[in-house]
Structures are given as structure tokens and as C-alpha cells.
Design a protein around this ligand. Structure first.
Ligand code: G3I
Length: 452
């Protein structure tokens, strides 16, 4: 999961003060002629562009309030009046470029009146309001709106399913459904010779009755495996046969009703190597190809996806590109790449950045989907409001990017509302709140696409 929430701390750490507060005034009064002003110089350093300078100023021994002027690198950047004796914090919304800066505070001279400057620090740039496009985003933001289905993961555990508001909220707010858990091997295939379709059938029937397409999740994964798979050693042939039987039976059961599947889920580690799993350890990298071929045979009309998280860029994305390109070149049936996007609130990537992430896959001739998006807040952060704005911008930028890439065929969030989420309700990661009310972020994601 992305950890982009330490911006404020990083910006603070990036600051160093070359001159401590209350350093002696730079100019000494000349004997013949008193200077027109008192002044104090400090040097600040920041690595953060577009930040705000925060200064504490105190007027000592001044008979009346004084006006403090601030120059940075010889350029006037702001001023404030400071009452005698009072500490005053001044936030100067200047765009501080990365590097060292010379900041001069000065005030018209008053007899015995001195200026004390302290607490000079740099605050990260205020968040761009949600939806504010970054430079370079305009073409994508203004792309014609497409009717991209907005999906949600749904759970049929009784505690959730029997919550009166849950299903209504889904139907009111979403166009497509992904089973959150009940199609995973542990649930749907609990014993070698026994399948349990009841919980998944509940969801597929419900979706069908309400005209919502289903995205099957997931056939071959390293987690939520039944004991009969994990508790023994397998020969390659035996495991391959078991995988084929699983895929045949599950996809066969929903043939013609579930139009797309996460056939392989999370096959890579962050460094791009294959994730250790019973599948990889027993069958080697070929387990991906085998799973896709079995899946295509089980339902030739279904769209087949490989799904992963943190595959927007970096070594994991490179590995995904390498594998998909190789599969395509050898005619292995693969139709799409899923980007889960379990993100943390932090400075949002621009729409153009996300478009680039999607295009690295669509350039290979496959579809993409955002398959599991949620953006967790850190509830212990002081500035929760700022985090909510970042969250909204992240969701919105991802939706705008999906809209702008014609091969982005669905945008799914990982839960109906904050009340039931694997990340914990207190992190508010979804589009509806704990009472299933649409948050502003829901409307801005919807607004990225053409109306239903
Ligand atoms: O169903 C049992 C229940 O009987 C038992 O009493 C209870 C006690 O803890 O556990 C219940 O199972 C939990 C299950 O969710 C259903 O709520 C499991 O403990 C819990 O581990 C499981 O977590 C799921 C997780 O996948 C498993 O790794 C989350 O709900 C689900 O949202 C999450 O989804 C994954 C995607 O499939 C793949 N991508 C990442 C995503 C988030 O982790």
C-alpha cells in the first residue's frame, strides 16, 4: 500500500535554519545617522516546492505596534502589523522553491524597539482543491466523458448482507459488482471434492436481478486458500490438475453470467520477482499461463485479467509488462490488467501520471480496470480535513484518468461504504460514509464519467 502521508513531517525535516532565532540584528546603527529600519536575516532551506513560510515575530520594547516587512532573496514577499510584546505567527504563502533562501525581516525604526524572529519553518504547499488539474492534465480532464461503470466490492456474509441499508446503498450508488471474498478458493472450494456456491450465488443472483455485471474475484491467489491446498506437498502435475478442476468448475458454474475474471491475483512482489506461493513454487512462472489457458477453455467468452496492487509504476509494473507482453506474443489468452489502487492519502498523483500508468498496459493491447480502489486516511493526523481533500483528489484523478483512456473499462472501489471495509471504518477509505451517505468524493468520481 502506498505510504504517502509523511509529507508534512518530511517538509519539516527538510528545513534547516542557518541563523537561529534572535540572532543579532544584521545592521548596527551608525553613530552619525540612525538606520531607517531594524532588520534581521535568517537563511532557510527546503526541499519542498510551493511551500509556505511560517514565522513567529515578537516586537520587544516597542511603544506602539510595528509593521514587519519580509523579503526573500531580495524580493518583498509580505508583511504584517505586530502589537508590542505579542508573539505573532505569520504564514507567508510564498512559493518557496527547493534550496537555500535568505529571508530578511525588517521594521521601521522605533526607539529601543527590537524585533525577535523565531520558529521559521516551512509548511508543505496547501493541497490543490480536489479536481484542480495539474499542468499537463487539461487534455485528459477535458476528454469526452465515457460511461465507465462504477463498481463496488460486495460481501454476502450475513452480518453485512442482512444490514438493511447495505444492498439499497449498493443499488443506489453502483453499476457493477465484485464479490469481495466468497469466490475465493477458501470459500467456494473448501474441500477437494466439495464446492460451496451458495454465498457466491447469492451475489450473482442479486447482481443479475438488478442488471449489474459481475467481475469474478479471484481464481488463483496465494491467500485465502483452503487447507486441502496448503496442508500438503504437490507434484507439478497434481497441482496443475487441481487448478484446472477448480477453474473449470467455478467458471463453468458461472459461464455466461460472470463476464470477466481476475484469473491470477497478485503474482508479483514489490521488486518485480514472482511472489512465493504454492502455485509458483510448484509450477514455476508457467502457473500464470496455465491458469489463463484453463480459464479460456472453461469460458471462451469471458475476459481474463491479471490483477495486482502497486502496479502503477516501478519494478512491479515492469514485471507485469514483461509477462503480459510475453503472454500476448505467444497467443496466451489475456484481456486485461487490473490495478487495485489501495492507496493512502497523500499528495495525489496527477491525472497525467495515472494515464501514463494505465497506458503502459493498454499499449500492449489489453484493457485496464481500476479494480479495488480505496484511499485510507490516517485518523491520527492532525489535519484530517487536508487528508480528506487529498483523498478526494486521488479518487478523482484516478477516475479522470480512467475516463480519458478508452481501454479503461471499469472503475471499482473496494467496498460499498466505510461501515464495512477491510481497512477499518475509522480510515474512511470509501465513497459512501458509515451511514451509506454519498460523500463529496462519490460525486466527483461519478462526475468524471458520463451519467449512467
Ligand atoms: O469469514 C470469517 C468469519 O467466519 C470469521 O469469524 C472472521 C474472524 O476474523 O473472519 C472472517 O473472515 C475474514 C474475511 O475477510 C471475511 O471478512 C478473514 O479473517 C479476513 O482475513 C478476510 O479479509 C479479506 C482479505 O482480502 C483477505 O486477504 C478482506 O475482507 C478482503 O477485503 C481482502 O481483499 C483483498 C483482495 O481480495 C485482493 N487485494 C487486496 C484486498 C485487500 O486486502
Amino acid at each position: 500500500m502506498r505510504a504517502r502521508i509523511a509529507t508534512a513531517i518530511a517538509a519539516m525535516a527538510a528545513l534547516s535554519l542557518a541563523a537561529a532565532p534572535a540572532a543579532p540584528a544584521a545592521k548596527k546603527p551608525s553613530k552619525r545617522k540612525a538606520p531607517a529600519r531594524w532588520e534581521k536575516t535568517v537563511r532557510v532551506h527546503t526541499a519542498q516546492p510551493g511551500a509556505q513560510l511560517l514565522v513567529q515575530v515578537r516586537a520587544i520594547n516597542c511603544a506602539k505596534s510595528i509593521s514587519v516587512q519580509v523579503e526573500m532573496d531580495k524580493r518583498y514577499v509580505g508583511g504584517r502589523r505586530v502589537a508590542p510584546g505579542r508573539k505573532r505567527e505569520i504564514a507567508l504563502p510564498v512559493a518557496v522553491s527547493p534550496g537555500w533562501h535568505r529571508v530578511v525581516f525588517h521594521t521601521p525604526r522605533q526607539k529601543r524597539c527590537r524585533l525577535r524572529v523565531g520558529l521559521v519553518r516551512v509548511k508543505p504547499a496547501p493541497p490543490a482543491p480536489a479536481n484542480a488539474p495539474a499542468p499537463g492534465d487539461a487534455a485528459y480532464v477535458n476528454a469526452p466523458k465515457r460511461r465507465v461503470p462504477l463498481g463496488a466490492a460486495v460481501d454476502s456474509r450475513p452480518a453485512v448482507w442482512n444490514d438493511n441499508q447495505y444492498k439499497d446503498a449498493f443499488l443506489r450508488s453502483f453499476d457493477a459488482l465484485t464479490p469481495e471474498n466468497v469466490m475465493k478458493m477458501e470459500y467456494i472450494h473448501p474441500e477437494r471434492n466439495r464446492y460451496n456456491f451458495a454465498d457466491a450465488d447469492l451475489l450473482v443472483d442479486f447482481a443479475e436481478a438488478n442488471g449489474r455485471p459481475v467481475h469474478g474475484h479471484t481464481l488463483v491467489w496465494h491467500e485465502q486458500l483452503p487447507q486441502w491446498i496448503t496442508s500438503r506437498r504437490w507434484s507439478a502435475q497434481e497441482l496443475s490438475d487441481a487448478m484446472r478442476d477448480h477453474i473449470d468448475t467455478v467458471m463453468g458454474h458461472y459461464r455466461g453470467r460472470v463476464g470477466e475474471w481476475d484469473v491470477v491475483n497478485e503474482p508479483f512482489q514489490e521488486d518485480g520477482s514472482f511472489r512465493p506461493s504454492v502455485w509458483h513454487e510448484t509450477l514455476g512462472p508457467a502457473f500464470i499461463e496455465q491458469a489463463l489457458r484453463f480459464a479460456h477453455r472453461a469460458d471462451p467468452s469471458a475476459k481474463l485479467f491479471i490483477n495486482d496492487f502497486n502496479n502503477e509504476g516501478g519494478p512491479k509494473a515492469e514485471a507485469m509488462v514483461r509477462v503480459v507482453r510475453d503472454l500476448k506474443s505467444r497467443g496466451v489468452p489475456i484481456h486485461g490488467v487490473g490495478l487495485q489502487m489501495h492507496w493512502g492519502a497523500g499528495p495525489p498523483p496527477s491525472v497525467a501520471d495515472i494515464v501514463r500508468s494505465l497506458r503502459r498496459y493498454t499499449d500492449l493491447g489489453v484493457e485496464v480496470q481500476i479494480t479495488e480502489m480505496d484511499v485510507g486516511l490516517n485518523p491520527s493526523m492532525r489535519d484530517l480535513a487536508e487528508h480528506r481533500e487529498h483523498q478526494q483528489a486521488m479518487f478523482t484523478n484516478a477516475a479522470l484518468a480512467c475516463n480519458a483512456v478508452p481501454e479503461c473499462s471499469r472503475f471499482t472501489v473496494w467496498g460499498v461504504g466505510d461501515k464495512y471495509t477491510w481497512r477499518g471504518a475509522e480510515t474512511e477509505p470509501l465513497l459512501l460514509d458509515s451511514g451509506f451517505n454519498a460523500k463529496p468524493v462519490y460525486h466527483s468520481v461519478r462526475g468524471a464519467f458520463a451519467p449512467r
